[in-house]
Design a protein around this ligand. Structure first.
Ligand code: CTP
Length: 327
């Protein structure tokens, strides 16, 4: 019974004429039938039997009853049967069954057919060949959002600064970058064709005016300073190019006047919403596996969430995006 509650899809392949009739009548005299009766998930059947059994009106009536109850019945193609006869009743080819399962999972997701761009991690701005300006971002939040968007059917491009995380999802296209300028270029290339953009990267606002070709030697005495120039504001650049059909979500990590500052960023960067995480919250922010967020809409409505794992926070963010982008 637990299996019926646990599964995302129940497939019976092959299913005989006898088992079909039991499913149609609601019989429960074996393990398979008990699992079927308790299943909360969709059910798919691949009938296989001799041609006369298949064409018999009792079998056809049973198939009709089951289809009317929302059960998917795969085709039983014509061909050579176990009895040696030739006709309709063979089990569908395994490749076709696998395709039907894939179609089922991809066509039932709310973000199927949508493209998403996600940024993650820190950026490193090189000072010389061995030193850089960076920050403590691990990339965990951005990677979790990319995963959650992909789980809901979106085709995801993930642009990540240096991060120890690996992408194991073949449906996510990972573009690795180092500096803010590289991140900017990757985002500008991807942005025109995406529907949803989530900017979770902690981008360095400044970079050294000059990157030294060789290691800078220690000065004998006195202070040392690095001349910094501003990096482009990537999200602001995308915000100004945004069309009505594109949804742009930013992140704000604030230490003071968090909500006020986050609201200002929605306007100044032309965002649809902003995820606010305050460094003052225990268990939120860089490096840790948990986060506590609020999401502020462009109409200043605030949705607050509990402290959760970053994977669960990512699901909340993606659910929020789905409600705001589905018409
Ligand atoms: N961001 C960006 N490019 C930058 C800086 C930030 O795309 N050069 C994005 C971040 O990914 C995030 C949002 O802008 O989604 C806000 O980042 P934050 O560092 O909080 O904002 P800043 O504009 O840099 O403001 P400040 O550092 O002054 O708080």
């Amino acid at each position: 019974m637990e299996l019926g509650l646990w599964g995302d899809l129940m497939l019976i392949a092959p299913i005989t004429a006898n088992t079909l009739s039991k499913l149609a009548s609601g019989a429960c005299d074996n393990f398979l039938l008990a699992t079927f009766l308790s299943a909360k998930c969709p059910v798919m059947l691949a009938p296989a039997m001799d041609l006369d059994m298949y064409s018999n009106s009792a079998t056809q009536d049973n198939l009709d009853v089951l289809k009317k109850r929302g059960i998917t019945v795969l085709d039983s193609p014509s061909g050579e049967l176990a009895s040696g006869l030739c006709g309709k009743g063979r089990m569908e080819e395994p490749e076709e069954i696998a395709n039907a399962i894939e179609d089922f999972f991809t066509s039932n997701k709310p973000l199927t057919g949508r493209k998403a761009l996600v940024t993650a991690g820190p950026t490193y701005e090189n000072i010389d060949p061995v030193r850089f300006i960076g920050n403590y971002s691990s990339g965990k939040m951005g990677f979790a959002i990319a995963e959650a968007l992909s789980n809901q059917g979106a085709q995801v491009t993930l642009v990540s600064g240096p991060s120890a995380l690996q992408n194991t999802n073949p449906d996510i296209k990972l573009i690795k970058v180092t500096s803010a300028l590289e991140m900017m270029e990757a985002c500008e290339n991807a942005f025109p064709t995406v529907n949803i953009t989530v900017m979770a990267a902690a981008v360095s606002d400044y970079r050294p005016r000059v990157t030294a070709d060789s290691k800078i030697k220690r000065e004998k005495k006195g202070a040392f300073s690095i001349d910094l120039i501003p990096n482009p504001d990537i999200i602001k650049t995308l915000g100004s190019a945004k069309t009505d059909s594109q949804y742009l979500l930013g992140f704000a990590l604030e230490t003071n006047n968090a909500e006020e500052n986050a609201k200002k960023k929605i306007i100044s960067k032309n965002l649809d919403a902003i995820v606010l995480n305050s460094l003052k919250e225990k268990g939120a922010g860089f490096g840790v596996d948990t986060n506590k967020i609020s999401i502020i809409d462009s109409d200043n409505k605030i949705t607050r969430f509990e402290l959760k794992s970053k994977a669960d926070v990512a699901s909340d963010i993606v659910d929020f995006i789905i409600t705001r982008t589905s018409k």
